[in-house]
Design a protein around this ligand. Structure first.
Ligand code: DX5
Ligand code: ZN
Length: 246
């Protein structure tokens, strides 16, 4: 597997002290920051939008290399994700991860810059994200079959190939839920076919669940409630990294 990447989810941070929470997590050993964007339509919860990303960007230096420390990994739990690609790029997002289910269910709408050609094709979404200079991720909910990804991952056009696949291990919408082991079979299948792919797992990860995710082949680990508000976040980050690298 590729190198371990630990991405604390800021959803569990103290929002009144967000800039400091973010820079502290990087100092405590985090690689990326996982930023959960929810719009109240794709999921039954609202979190944050581009202005917050702009604000925290001032507290976390932009990565100097692709996938580097300080990468803003924006997990877009939004309907019609194409509307927000440019908006988030301008705010300082480095990796735009949209949901497969949202892309294919999009209806016609305009992007903020007046582009009315709203594309529901995941491959074209990935190309659009790449054209704007960001890394592209594609996420699938627990009930979505991994088979929907084979055509996308197998694209002959490298601009249409995602830099990361996110396999959700909870129903998207809230932090602090219990880990679901079933989606790990999807991680295993992805890892078998794509030894170098960044495979992210998100939801319920912590000291008690990391080993099974690591064995399945995940290398990008999101953890919200297991890291924030804990007495020793640095130790948890190290534990997660060691589990992936052993
Ligand atoms: C769930 C979010 C997750 C969540 C993770 O919809 O995508 O990123 O915040 O939180 P924990 O680690 O507490 O399950
Ligand atoms: Zn997330």
């Amino acid at each position: 597997s590729p190198a371990a990447i630990i991405a604390p989810s800021i959803l569990s941070a103290d929002f009144a002290d967000l800039g400091n929470e973010c820079s502290t997590k990087i100092k405590q050993g985090a690689d990326w920051l996982h930023i959960d964007v929810m719009d109240g339509h794709f999921v039954p919860n609202i979190t944050l939008g581009a202005p917050i990303v702009t604000s925290i960007r001032d507290h976390v230096e932009r990565p100097s290399v692709k996938h580097g420390k300080g990468t803003f990994d924006c997990h877009m739990m939004v309907a019609e994700p194409k509307r927000w690609v440019k908006n988030f790029q301008e705010a300082g997002c480095d990796l735009f991860c949209f949901h497969y289910e949202a892309a294919i269910n999009s209806t016609a709408a305009e992007t903020p810059d007046g582009d009315s050609d709203l594309n529901t094709n995941p491959k074209e979404m990935i190309r659009y994200i790449h054209e704007l200079g960001m890394l592209a991720g594609i996420a699938i909910k627990p009930e979505t079959k991994v088979d929907v990804l084979w055509d996308i991952l197998g694209s002959k056009n490298e601009k249409e190939v995602p830099d990361m696949v996110l396999v959700m291990t909870v129903k998207p919408g809230f932090g602090g839920q219990s880990f679901m082991p079933e989606p790990l079979t999807k991680v295993e299948e992805l890892r078998k076919r794509y030894p170098d792919l960044n495979i992210e797992v998100d939801g319920g990860l912590g000291p008690g669940t990391i080993d099974q995710a690591a064995v399945a082949g995940a290398n990008v680990i999101v953890a919200g409630s297991a890291v924030f508000g804990k007495p020793d976040p640095a130790a948890v980050i190290t534990l997660l990294r060691d589990a992936v690298e052993k």
